[in-house]
Design a protein around this ligand. Sequence first.
Ligand SMILES: Cc1ncc(COP(=O)(O)O)c(C=O)c1O
Length: 393
Amino acid sequence: MTLANGHRHLAIPGPTNMPDEVLNALHHASVDIYGGSSEEASRACMKDLKKIFRTRSRVYIYAANGHGAWEAALSNTLSQGDRVLVLESGLFPVVWGEMASQLGIETEVLAERTGRAVDLKAVRTRLAKDTAQELKAILMVQADTATGVVNDVKGVRAALDETGHPALLMVDTIASLGSMEFDMDGWGVDVTVAGAQKGLMTPPGLSFTAASARAKKAHKSAGLVTSYWDWTFRDGKDHYMWYAGTPPVQMVFALRKALEMLLAEGLDNAIHRHALLAGATRAAVQTWISRGDMDFAVSEPAERSDSVTCVLTPQGASTGIIDYCEHKLGVTVGRGIGPLDSRAIRIAHMGHVNGYNQLGTLAAIETAMTALGIEHGSGGVQSAIEFIAKHVK
Ligand SMILES: Cc1ncc(COP(=O)(O)O)c(C=O)c1O
């Protein structure tokens, strides 16, 4: 017997559910790329992206996934032999650092404290030791999608300022932009990396970098610049130059619609919605872990992201929960990745998701654990209900 037929829901931390309006915007004939509606859509996206990044700097749009924007950030600002400091926390910063190594950049990893955000004291100590100022950039993620840990970007900027260190601050916001507070200019971020497929509710395949004046200055002497990622070429006046080739027209129309929807809701409201859905999810998990052998992947409550919650499960149990949710109930829950492969489930609360979706996902997970005999504290969904009822009047 299965109850999976009906409207399915995707609760993985990216790509995320797309609004019908965004899907419909994709259904568009190709149009002239040398002006007209495609250029207008690009201009509108660039303007709206600045509001979402909270920056006055130019935002570059790439026909690429997040890895593309990682490479764009590195190649536009650095040279072979430069040294960068990678702030390990979860999975993704280290993978970004490995890409830097492949490009010929010396990569130093500040090791993580498992299940914790980046240790700001350790960052300060390392920067203070670098009296020769060999570190050219810091690479960090705001939210790591593998563990659901959130890092203090402002705190890292403060460490740079307190030590008078000139390294560029590069921040991956792929799992946080549009879902959590981020303020590129206010927080002194030099390069922001983002992707379309999570909080921005757009199909995978577009990614972004925004560059501060300091990053643009570094760009002038960067030795790794290649023609596709090159900010200077993309600053050209013609529409095709903004993409270093044919603009991905349908994707841009989809992005334009998604950004319109996000700004119509209001960025602050969207961020608040994510905080409440995350709070409800954490309330459910807190109850589940009161019995049995489960835990939050992130030990400190203040360091848990509002875009995804990662729950450690007994070995093998995660696969059963995910399969049950998928095949019996019609909701796709995220699996553990990297070192947490088969040891965790990831519950997304990111992008086009509402209270009804989230309560349904939580109820499905609790049903799966009950049906499969996985020991847990019962009443997690009730805790989520009480959390929402208290905060949403
Ligand atoms: C925080 C973070 N950074 C980078 C990436 C890589 O992005 P992509 O898979 O689009 O290349 C991901 C993907 O999930 C991510 O979550």
